[in-house]
Write a protein that binds this ligand. Sequence first.
Ligand code: SF4
Length: 360
Amino acid sequence: MPNANALEKITDYDRLVEIFGVSKISKELLKELPSTHKLLEIGYIFAHRDFDKLIAQWKKGEKFAILTGRGPSNALHLGHLLIFEFVKWLQDTFKVPVFIPLSDDEKYVFRKVNTLKDSLYYAYDNALDIAALGFDERDTNFFISSKLLDVYQLAITLSRHVTLNEVKAVFGFSDSDNPGKYFYSCIQAAHILYPTWKKGFRSLVPIAIDQDPYIRLSRDIAERIKLPKPAAIHSKYLPGLTGEPMSASKPETAIFIDDDPYQIKSKIWRALTGGQPTIKEQREKGGNPDKCIVFKWLETFVLTPHEALEWKEKCRSGQILCGECKRKLFEGLARKLYEHHKSKLKVISKAEKYFIHEVD
Ligand code: SF4
């Protein structure tokens, strides 16, 4: 089994499903849900571990909790926002608590920030952006990983139930890596199992498919200490605007929440399309929406699933040109971010209500 780092670039999702032994989200499972979400309809959220069992238990009145973390070393980008919007839908649909660890410790030991304090700034700023999506303040629990004694106590407890070899196999660490990285594997498992250990709720973890090995490790540990295993739902990767993965070190790949309209426009104008080299050829031969990042982003952020199907056909038949798509994407995203900033201003005064601060 390849480790999580080696799996990051595989985009043959059927192969990943096979490698990991996860289940695809079937039409039958979708029918069991009280409502649906666009990311489920377009297959962006496509696989799971035990989500079916969790839903069956929920229907019998057993509550679960959603656990979804954020490593704070930068402003959020739209790919992050997408997943948190889905988590908000899960919270609204199933009326369940959400736990959001902000892992300043991870960003420090992996040298993404110079000091823990640097990460703290982003932790609070990211929390405001997430809360601004409309999370229920009575049932949403952010915590700063290095500041919650419970997390440390649980991580220490879990560390006795995992071996260094298992951690190396999952994370791909070598002997030259610092010990903080090794111990962070126990902290991450503590985040995942926190709602179960502390509150008795089985965890549901929305996660990108390449991160499934971390879930598997946490499930193994849970079994060893006789806790219910966490369930997971897996997403595909949203490609960055240039076709590469979205990354803070390559700002042109993503739209960040603090980008201004000029930055958004210039990134979209340079984005990869499936268009022909000339307008004449585009009109005659049509474009290729399946290889077009602009289309992928339109489908994900702007269009309804039905509109996306129509748009695809218009592209293939040469009825639309790439400039039109880019303009539509720019207008949609600029509007989305404008509304987001207005919502963020509204949550600032009640931000404290979302945080767990100490052992209770
Ligand atoms: Fe993509 Fe639109 Fe160009 Fe088609 S017309 S290739 S959907 S940008």
